[in-house]
Design a protein around this ligand. Structure first.
Ligand code: FAD
Length: 492
């Protein structure tokens, strides 16, 4: 590394960190070190690469960190990727942006540069859309290959859901990232390659050519224990091995759960919480106090066998609007293809617009895993989700659902007044879209710099001040792309 290079250390080589490392190391004036707690992406095996096997990870795989999310009625298991590529290596691959108004809300809150007109180009530039390469709302030469699931890749249950929703009145949507087509029934776009294998952000961005750059140093199996802070400036990190690494600037991209954990352990967080642990304070900020997520109930079903049919991994989604126009829920069967096996599946319903806030806090000790508390559903949440339940009740009576031999595992009346609340109490689900634990506005400025300290930024799901009404993976890519540009501009 050249002596006069600015040394940037990125903590976490996940969804966002991999993007940052690739983009920043393009600038030869920067020396970039990427520190990732998990193993390298050459350890991806059939479980990771095969999209239809992702649910096996969610039951706890080798390359995940488990942190249950507490709700009023019990704990929801939660798994974050702990491997190069992070949760983009273990998630459901759904590649949605959210809606223009989600980002306009950020700009309206005073966060310059984050309105839809500012961020749309970044979403477009990140993707290589094989279905709509010449559409003005899609990109054709970005790092992430995007395509939509095809009909022949749908399992029998997914097909029956799609066809039954069409029969009972849903419009069909060819592109769920095109707001003008919503609401309606469609399929998720996903980041997979020509052979149908998962493409995480590290595979897409940290290519062999990028990794060959002399100014990029990637260290896997390397966990950061603490930030080193000296007189209001963050000057480096300490690893769990005790090794110290000096940096001119640190970017923490450890994800919405582990980023606030690391900041709090380092004395950046709510003083009323951290003083319980005897941690020396460096900045009294509401770190971890404003976590958002998409939550909702599940409805268990079974159908007559066989399970797989066309045996594909495709995932169908009803992007719904409880008032008929403004998208505010997703409803879809979690019913992967594959060949044999049980024919039970869960119908998941998620509220996509919610202002409820949960928390990430330190656990029994500052070294223990964090405690994650789910946000409450808003007061009108159950009422809005009734629309989804009515649609699913209608679907149950459709010819495709009958032909599938689909029935609830326990008898139910989805149109009963308390049906949504009852289902949420029994089967609470998280979409695993935790964001906003170090948000711009209260913990960070609009350039994602931690308030009151020098030399420290955050760039991952934590920075989002409110949750977009789409899945969050692509939003993290957008945040990382924009922060890379900002850091390079500041450095020059
Ligand atoms: C089961 C599941 C399914 C999901 N499905 C979808 C989906 O289909 N579509 C979608 O859009 N979103 C989905 N999401 C959400 C989405 O994947 C995440 O919002 C996004 O990937 C988060 O990216 P990130 O960069 O914030 O964090 P991550 O990708 O989690 O990256 C954080 C990285 O930091 C590393 N790290 C943590 N602590 C340290 C440390 N102390 N030192 C060094 N490294 C550290 C971790 O190992 C990890 O690699 C899903 C999430 C889950 C959990």
């Amino acid at each position: 590394m050249g002596q006069e290079s600015k040394h940037i250390v990125i903590v976490g080589g996940g969804t966002s960190g991999a993007v940052l490392a690739a983009r920043l190391s393009k600038d030869p004036a920067l020396a970039v070190t990427l520190l990732e707690a998990g193993p390298d992406h050459d350890t991806y095996d059939g479980l990771i690469l095969e999209p239809s096997r992702a649910p096996e990870f969610w039951m706890g795989g080798a390359q995940v960190a488990q942190t249950p999310m507490l709700t009023a009625t019990g704990a929801i298991p939660m798994f974050q990727g702990r491997v190069l590529g992070g949760t983009s290596a273990t998630n459901g691959l759904a590649t949605l942006r959210g809606l223009p108004e989600d980002y306009n809300q950020w700009a309206d809150a005073g966060l310059d540069g984050w309105g839809w007109d500012d961020v749309a180009d970044t979403f477009i530039a990140a993707e290589r859309d094989v279905d709509f390469p010449s559409s003005p709302i899609h990109g054709s030469d970005g790092p992430l290959p995007v395509r939509r699931w095809r009909r022949e890749e749908m399992s029998r249950a997914q097909l029956a859901y799609y066809d039954g929703m069409v029969e009972t009145g849903s419009s069909t949507v060819s592109d769920v990232n095109d707001p003008s087509q919503l609401p309606g029934i469609g399929v998720f776009p996903v980041t997979i390659d020509d052979t149908g294998k998962r493409v995480s952000t590290s595979l897409a961005y940290l290519t062999p050519e990028v990794r060959a750059r002399e100014n990029l140093h990637i260290r896997t199996a390397t966990e950061v224990s603490k930030l080193a802070i000296d007189g209001g400036r963050v000057v480096g990190v300490t690893l769990t091995t005790g090794e110290d690494i000096h940096a001119d600037e640190i970017v923490v991209s450890a994800g919405a759960i582990w980023t606030p954990w690391l900041l709090m352990r380092s004395g950046i967080g709510p003083a009323h919480h951290l003083t319980n642990y005897g941690i020396a304070m460096h900045a009294d900020l509401p770190v971890g106090e404003t976590m958002s997520d998409h939550l909702g109930p599940g409805i268990p079903y079974r159908h007559e066998g066989p399970r797989g049919g066309s045996a594909g991994p495709a995932q169908v989604v009803l992007v719904g609007a409880s008032n008929g126009t403004d998208v505010d829920y997703h409803a879809f069967p979690i019913a992967p293809g594959q060949t044999d096996g049980p024919t039970e599946f869960m119908m998941a319903v998620f509220l996509m617009r919610s202002s409820g806030r949960g928390r990430v806090q330190l656990g029994d000790s500052a070294d223990a895993d964090p405690v994650v508390t789910a946000p409450p559903l808003p007061d009108d949440g159950f009422d809005r989700l009734r629309h989804a339940f009515d649609r699913i009740a209608a679907w149950e009576q459709s010819a495709p659902a009958k032909a599938l031999g689909c029935e609830p595992i326990e008898p139910h009346d989805l149109t009963a007044p308390d049906a949504v609340a009852d289902a949420y109490e029994r089967f609470p689900f998280s979409y695993a879209h935790m964001v906003g634990t170090c948000p711009m506005g209260t913990v960070l400025d609009a350039d994602c710099r931690v308030l009151g300290l020098q030399g420290l930024r955050v760039a991952d799901a934590s920075v989002m001040p409110t949750i977009p009404s789409g899945n969050t993976y692509l939003g993290c890519v957008m945040v990382a792309e924009r922060m890379a540009r900002k850091i390079m501009a500041d450095a020059s």
